[in-house]
Structures are given as C-alpha cells and as structure tokens.
Design a protein. Structure first.
Lengths: 285, 258
C-alpha cells in the first residue's frame, strides 16, 4: 500500500494545477474541435516548415478562445506557424499539451509552448513511425491482404478496423490526456526514457511479425529437376529439407542487404522482375 | 466515350484516398483499400481484391518516415488496379503499370509540397493581422491542389490507358508474362526488406528468427505470431530495464519520504 502511494507521489501536485485549470477556458468542445481539425493536419504540408501551417490550423480554436486582440493573436500565431513535423497521429499529445500551456501561461509562456513542440516532435515521430507505420500498419494490412488475395471482402474491412482501432483512440486520447496532464505528461516520460522504451518494444513486435510474414506471403519455389541417370533430384525437396521457405527467406535477406548497401528499391524491384523472367525462361523458376 | 463515367468515378475515389493520405490517414490510401474500391467501381470486385492484395504486399514498406516523400502508392495502386481490370490482364499488368506510375506521381507530390510554401508565406502575412480565419483558409486551400495531383492523372489513365495496355500486352511473349507472374509472388520480399531496413539492427535479427520459426515450422497464423511478439517485446523490455526500474523505484520512494 505505502509503496503505491509513494510511487505516485509526484502526481497529486500536478493534478491540483490541472483541476484549477480544467473547464475554465478550454472545454471539451474545443478539444473535440482540435480532434476534428487534426484529421486535416497535412493538407498544406510544405518543404519549408512542413506541418507548420497545419499546426496553426489545428490549434486555432484554442487561440481564438484565449486571445482576443489582434496583437495577442499575432504573437501566438507566430509561434504556431513555426517549423513542425512529427507523425500526424502523434501530434495529438503535443497539441493537447501546448493547449494546456497556452491556457495556463498565455503569451508569456510562449517559449514553453515552442519548447515542447520542438522537444517532443522528434521522439514522438520515432514512436509513431515504429508503432503505427512500421508495426501496426504492416500487421493490419498483411492480414487483410491475405484475405483479399482469395477474393474475400473481409480483408480490406478487417484491415481498416484493425488499424483504426489503434489510430483513432491515439488521436483523441492523445489530445485529451495531453491537455489534462499538461507538460509533465510526456516531458517526464521523455526523461525516464519511456518513449524510447515503447519505440524499442514496438520495433521488436514488428520484427517478430515480419519474420512470420516472410514464409506466409513470399512465394518462390523451383520446379527444377536434375536427372542423373534414372534418378531425379528435385531441388525444391532438397531446399525444403534444409529449411522450409528457404527461398523466400533468402530473397528477403538479399533484398535487405542490397537496400542497406544503398541500392534504390525501384532498382531492386526491376532486378527481381528481370531475374524472374530469366529464371522462367531457362526453367529454374 | 463510354469510359467517361467510370473514369470520373475512379478519379473521385482517388480524390478521397488522397485526402485520406494527407488527412485522417485511416488507410484508405493503402493499396489494399484504394485498389479494392477501384474493383467495386469498375464492376469486378473479386479481381480488384486480388490485385489490391498483391499491390499491398509489394508496398508494405512504403510509408512516409520523417520528411521523406515515398513513391505515391495512391496513384500507383488506383491506376494499376484500373488498368489491370480494364485490360483484362489482371495482377501481372497491374504490377507492371503501378510501379512506374507511383514513381512518376512521386514527382508530382514533390511539386505540390514545394508549391505549398506559398501558402505558408501567405499565412505569415495573415498572422501579422492576427487573422485566424485567413490562416485557416490558406491551410484548407491545399486540399483542391493535393486532390488534383492524383485525380487528374487517374482520370486520364482510366479514360485513355486501358486499350493501349491491352494492345501492348497482346504483343508480349508468354514467357515474360509468366515471369511477371512469378515476380508477383516474390515482390512482397522487397516490401519486408524495406520495412526491415528501417527497423533491424545487429541485436534485433534474433526476433526475426522467432517469427520465421513460428510460421515456417509451426504454421502459426499472423495474429498468433503478433501475440508472441507482444510477449517477447515486453519480456525483452523487462529484462533490459530491470536494473533501471529498481533504481527509479528506490529514488522515488526516497523522494516521497522527504
């Protein structure tokens, strides 16, 4: 019992501050508005400041509520039009946190808001990429694709449900929890390395799943039969004896090493197509 | 001009999928969903599903990481699927068409992302007046442009492309078509290799072995492998951070006593 209360000792203090602020200016309606705006986050993505304009667009309801004069809005807008780029789902907690800072400190705390944005966009981009783009997306899509290849409509529907069951709550609760818990929420997490830990865990999960997908979805066998006198040597049987799915694994590892060596994926793809055609022509594929 | 209506409908679908890519990212932009939609519109849903599934596996590793703009899978899979269905050549033609289209469309995408810098500068000016509504308008002004970068090529390709592809494929020798068919089975390897190149380091390859073993030897389906993956990830995290966790518990307990 005592250990539990001791472990969470830093939270009550933070909660006090949050309760003081809750519902004063930024209400659920504004948070909800930010959530919907986040659904159009990247439509003005540009090489100069990337999601900079999108950020200002998304946090607009907060600025509208907090700042009434032209001068105040000018100052606030300036910091929210700055360079910004992260995984678009993971922008949610940053938006929530900056909303809390804006509400608490106004333009006087402007540097704090900018600091949070700059400080967290990198780590959260890494987290979003590894959890959503490199792990959950391939899992959801490859399960769906396996059904689709059999002509089953369940495939794309399942993929959409699987992906969004994670994607949508991350956005909504990211904004909500980011706002409620304020700055301490992820800055503390950043210091204790939690973001890094989740990134690593997601990567491990992703690699295990890809390892499993290779034999399931890469299809490569050889019909080649060598005739020595009256005995036939079927190469595929030999390969299966060494390792099931040997050829799919080999082709994946070779592609991986070529990418690591700096080969362009398009070139590897063309190379694969040429090898497949040649292989068919001489009868080994 | 009996292709006018389907071309318009597919272009409209391309607009929706593109908006998804730059907006909510619900996965309508993925080949699996985008391609399936084309199959439904063109009245051959089963063929659409098969092509979409093949393209998805090939492009599993194509995601935007950081500021990198990847080949455009939206235009690639929509045009690829449409041509595959309309020409009657199926998945083989789709893959052959989808790849160059995705690379070409990537250039259009880069053009768009350069053009939007002007929106950014207009927004800077509006900010001087503290004009929030103008900022909103400049942001949303990106939508028609981003939609057109995909919708126009898709419209033209569906309207004009199919018959040329059909003609083209009738001249290609069977051995090349068969080779392309084999390539369709091999190409997912490239998708996985692209994913792994972003994830794998020297200590991580052992996890690849775990997944491979479960599928190749034990025939565990993907969901089961994912569950094992979760367990392995958590155990691995506990193992690596065990010492660190103990320390942090002690220090925070000490802080509480103070």
């Amino acid at each position: 019992m005592s250990e539990v209360t001791m472990n969470t000792h830093s939270e009550p203090q933070e909660n006090l501050i949050v309760k003081e602020n809750m519902g004063t200016k930024i209400d659920k309606k504004i948070l909800r508005s930010m959530f919907w705006r986040l659904q159009l986050f990247q439509v003005s993505w540009n090489y100069e400041r990337m999601q900079g304009l999108g950020y200002a667009f998304t946090i607009k309801p907060v600025l509208e509520k907090l700042y009434k004069t032209k001068e105040e809005r000018e100052v606030a807008l300036k910091r929210h039009l700055e360079f910004f780029n992260t995984h678009s789902t993971m922008a949610a907690p940053i938006l929530g946190m900056t909303a809390a800072i804006e509400e608490k400190g106004g333009n006087g705390a402007g540097q704090g808001a900018s600091g949070i944005k700059v400080g967290l966009m990198g780590p959260l981009a890494g987290l979003g990429d590894s959890i959503l783009w490199l792990t959950w997306m391939p899992i959801a899509m490859s399960i769906g694709a396996a059904f689709a290849k059999d002509g089953n409509f369940f495939g794309p529907i399942l993929a959409l449900i699987l992906f969004n069951i994670v994607n949508i709550p991350l956005k909504w609760y990211g904004i909500k929890v980011g706002y409620q818990k304020g700055v301490n929420f992820l800055t503390q997490a950043g210091h204790s390395g939690i973001v890094q830990r989740y990134t690593t865990m997601a990567t491990v999960l992703g690699i295990v799943v890809i390892g499993g997908l290779i034999p399931q979805l890469v299809q490569l066998t050889t019909p080649y039969v060598l005739k020595v006198g009256s005995t036939e040597i079927k190469f595929q049987e030999i390969f299966d004896g060494i390792l099931p799915s040997l050829l799919p694994l080999a082709i994946t590892i070779i592609s991986f090493m070529l990418i690591r060596k700096g080969f362009n994926a398009i070139k590897i793809l063309l190379g694969m197509i040429i090898i497949c055609i040649l292989g068919k022509w001489i009868g080994i594929l | 001009m009996d292709m006018l209506v389907p071309a318009t409908l597919v272009a409209f679908w391309a607009a929706i999928c593109t908006l998804d890519l730059f907006g909510p990212q619900l996965s309508f932009w993925r080949p699996l969903v985008a391609g399936t939609g084309v199959g439904v519109i063109l009245g051959d849903p089963v063929q659409g599903l098969i092509i979409a599934g093949s393209l998805e596996l090939m492009w599993l590793g194509v995601v935007s990481v950081g500021a990198y703009v990847p080949p455009d899978v939206v235009a690639g899979s929509i045009i690829g699927t449409a041509i595959g269905i309309l020409s009657g050549e199926g998945a083989v033609a789709s893959i052959a068409i989808a790849v160059p289209v995705a690379v070409a469309s990537q250039q259009l995408d880069i053009l768009f992302r350069t053009f939007t810098i002007t929106l950014m500068h207009k927004a800077d000016k509006a900010a001087l007046d503290g004009n929030l509504n103008k900022i909103q308008r400049y942001h949303l002004l990106g939508i028609p442009f981003i939609i057109l970068t995909r919708a126009i090529p898709v419209f033209l390709a569906v309207l004009l492309g199919a018959k040329y592809v059909e003609e083209l494929f009738s001249h290609i020798p069977q051995v090349i078509l068969d080779g392309l068919g084999i390539a369709g089975g091999v190409l997912p390897a490239l998708g996985f290799a692209m994913l792994l190149s972003l994830m794998l380091n020297k200590e991580m390859w052992i996890f690849l072995v775990i997944g491979f073993f479960l599928a190749a030897y034990l025939d565990v389906p993907t969901i089961g492998i994912a569950l094992v993956g979760v367990v392995v990830a958590i155990l691995c995290d506990r193992f690596v951070n065990h010492a660190k966790d103990n320390n942090s518990v002690q220090t925070s307990a000490g802080g509480g006593l103070e």
